[in-house]
Design a protein around this ligand. Sequence first.
Ligand code: ADP
Ligand code: MG
Length: 315
Amino acid sequence: MGLSMGTIVSARLYSEDEKTAASLADLFEKKTADYETLFTVHGEGPLNEVNRRSGSWVNVDCRLAALVQAAKDVARSSNRAFEPTIGTLVNVWKIGFGGDRHPPRADIEAALKKVDYTQIAVDETPGTCRVKIGTGQSIDLGAIAKGWIGTALARDMQRAGARHGIIDLGGNVSLIGSSPSGEPWRVGIQRPDAERNTVMAVVQAENVSVITSGAYERKIEADGRTYGHILSAVTGEPVGTDLASVTIVDPDGARADGWCTALFAMGSEKALESAAREGLSVILASGDLKTLWVSRAIADRVTVQDKSMKIEIVP
Ligand code: ADP
Ligand code: MG
């Protein structure tokens, strides 16, 4: 257990013998640090170089190029609810990183001029992968990287001998196999308005990621309002959404994470449409926490803990 990516990282890994268990623990720590460097914008790393040298091609690790391409794809399909060039705006608001007020509207307008994912260019030629963003733009993979990392770690640990496992990157869970008993893992979904570890629903799953976005993790309070950390590429303000949280169950953690942010930002009506169109397995909590909309594909694996909530099955 440790602190990384601005969240608490923990893992429970099960292997055949003690020796494998010790090597798994070491490998987990090393890989987590490597992946964080690969995708962070809060320290030195290749993504920072892409931002520093905006307007020019920058040679990058092909895994980074692939995730940038995946981010572009989610941006297009979500009609920019998920926007990977949100960085200039994130830097103006600084929510979760010391920001404590509503920034001047002029600063927001200036930042918004640089928010446009279509200016990202990706060259995935093996061995010489490159990424380029528009001059003055800033790319931020904070809403998709943790999901990618979860799936990558699960695969790494499995290859290194983990038979069962649960990897938790601050509420983003990636599962290896079943639980040691052979039953599916039971992943709790946080009730957004309650203390940490208050579970409102449980989903049973194996070999997938279970990713949740909500307004409860990072926020600021100013002028009597609460501002969440997911920003609108259209208004430049934190999104106003009628959803309390969005959970996605998917074998591809990056897809789950990116879409989680997108669906949360869209609000219930568009989120339900998009989930159906994209074939996403979702659990959406209504703003009043009375309804959980659950995709048919996972409906038999979801139970509510909180009896004041009711499940509504959606296509
Ligand atoms: P968390 O990391 O708390 O689980 P998310 O996966 O939803 O939450 O990612 C939120 C982060 O993504 C923000 O801290 C910010 O860096 C970035 N971000 C904010 N708004 C957007 C957006 N509309 N599209 C893409 N990334 C965003
Ligand atoms: Mg996300």
